[in-house]
Write a protein that binds this ligand. Structure first.
Ligand SMILES: [Zn+2]
Length: 105
């Protein structure tokens, strides 16, 4: 799986540890994961599932919400079940959990 250096944009082979162009250390994990999957307190509409998914995957939260609503009407409630599953299954964003997700400096 190829991905790109987040600093200079050079295409890198999967598993690369350093950018071959600028030398930036490539952090492990999916390249699109900007942050862990959590339900944020700020900006949430219902339970923060859409917002959490959007932020974890780098999606547009407005797009995620629209798709969620559209899918809700076409799936006959399946999305509602998935949403509730996410509500229960996705941990709530909290700064009271020490060392869970140390901020990148
Ligand atoms: Zn680079």
């Amino acid at each position: 799986m190829a991905f790109f250096c987040h600093r200079c944009g050079t295409g890198l082979p999967g598993g690369a540890r350093f950018c071959s162009n600028c030398g930036t250390v490539i952090s492990p994990g999916p390249p699109t994961a900007g942050r862990p999957l959590l339900r944020p307190h700020v900006g949430r509409q219902i339970a923060g599932v859409c917002l959490g998914l959007a932020q974890a995957n780098g999606w547009d939260v407005a797009l995620v919400r629209i798709l969620t609503v559209v899918c809700f009407f076409f799936s006959g409630g399946l999305v509602a079940v998935a949403y509730i599953a996410g509500w229960v299954g996705i941990p709530e964003e909290s700064d009271t959990v020490p060392g869970a997700y140390p901020p990148k400096v």
